[in-house]
Design a protein around this ligand. Structure first.
Ligand code: ADP
Ligand code: MG
Ligand code: MG
Length: 255
């Protein structure tokens, strides 16, 4: 059972001009089996939230708490957070030249499990995970994200998600840049993962399109570094029709 609890989270992005506050008190509780969609305009801090939770060195948590199954993640290193069961699919996955997809996945699995997976099973597992994402076998031999198309990067992230099978996953704009076929394949992967029933999923997006394929438990509107509204999927439909503007205005008026 995986519960992710984010309490009054404040975080800065570290820039050359100094630290800039971005998160202004995020509160979220994702219970086992739940998918929380986070929707908000560009620049509202969605990726900052994802990176801060994952422990990216460019972001600094200044107060608040993030607990996964009762374990305080903010005290841990990036690696320790991953070992505690947290997974982040990045909006812009990084290239790792010279490291093949197969080796990368194996290293990650070994680090998380504490022991190397048996080679024979692992090769099959990787091939079938790639196959489910409609990625060719030869993909396993390519350098991670190097020369991958936008869609391949996202499919690879979800193959990783399924292979590593973490307790909790934050998926940052996993839908961006996908054509309709890739969107379906990626959504099916997320649904298989979430469908285990005991995982916690945070699905960051600013389009409702992916929510046609992935049924969110709840939808949150994210503006100016915090959640300003929470509702059911009808909230996503409202956002599709009306945009974020009324929330942005109300937030600005509230100071
Ligand atoms: P979103 O994911 O909702 O589009 P981001 O978290 O990417 O929002 O960005 C939130 C704010 O933080 C933006 O104003 C952005 O310019 C700023 N920001 C994020 N990362 C950096 C960075 N590395 N350097 C400077 N500013 C940053
Ligand atoms: Mg953005
Ligand atoms: Mg973003």
């Amino acid at each position: 059972m995986s519960t992710l609890v984010i309490t009054d989270l404040h975080a800065d992005v570290i820039t050359e001009e100094g630290d800039k506050p971005i998160l202004n008190g995020v509160n979220l509780t994702i219970n086992p089996g739940e998918i929380h969609a986070i929707m908000g305009p560009n620049g509202s801090g969605k990726s900052t939230m994802a990176y801060a939770i994952a422990g990216h060195p460019k972001y600094k948590i200044t107060s608040g708490s993030v607990k996964l199954d009762g374990v305080e993640l903010t005290d841990l290193t990036v690696d320790e957070r991953a070992r505690a069961g947290l997974f982040l699919a990045m909006q812009y996955p990084v290239e790792v030249p010279g490291v093949s997809v197969a080796n990368f996945l194996r290293t990650a699995k070994t680090a998380l499990a504490g022991q190397a997976p048996k080679v024979r099973h692992w090769v099959k597992d990787v091939e079938s995970a790639l196959g489910r994402m409609q990625l060719d076998k030869t993909f396993a031999g390519r350098s991670v994200n190097e020369g991958f198309s936008g869609g391949e990067k996202k499919r690879h992230e979800i193959a990783q998600l399924e292979l590593l099978n973490p307790k909790a996953a934050i998926l940052d704009e996993t839908d961006s840049g996908l054509d309709i076929d890739a969107l379906k394949v990626v959504s099916e992967g997320v649904n298989r993962y979430a469908g285990q029933g005991d995982r916690a999923v945070v699905l960051i997006t600013h389009y409702t399109r992916i929510l046609r394929y992935i049924e969110p438990t709840v939808v949150h509107v994210f503006v100016d570094g915090k959640v300003v509204e929470t509702g059911g999927r009808e909230l996503a439909d409202k956002l599709e029709a009306e945009g974020y503007e009324s929330y942005v205005r109300a937030n600005a008026a509230a100071g």
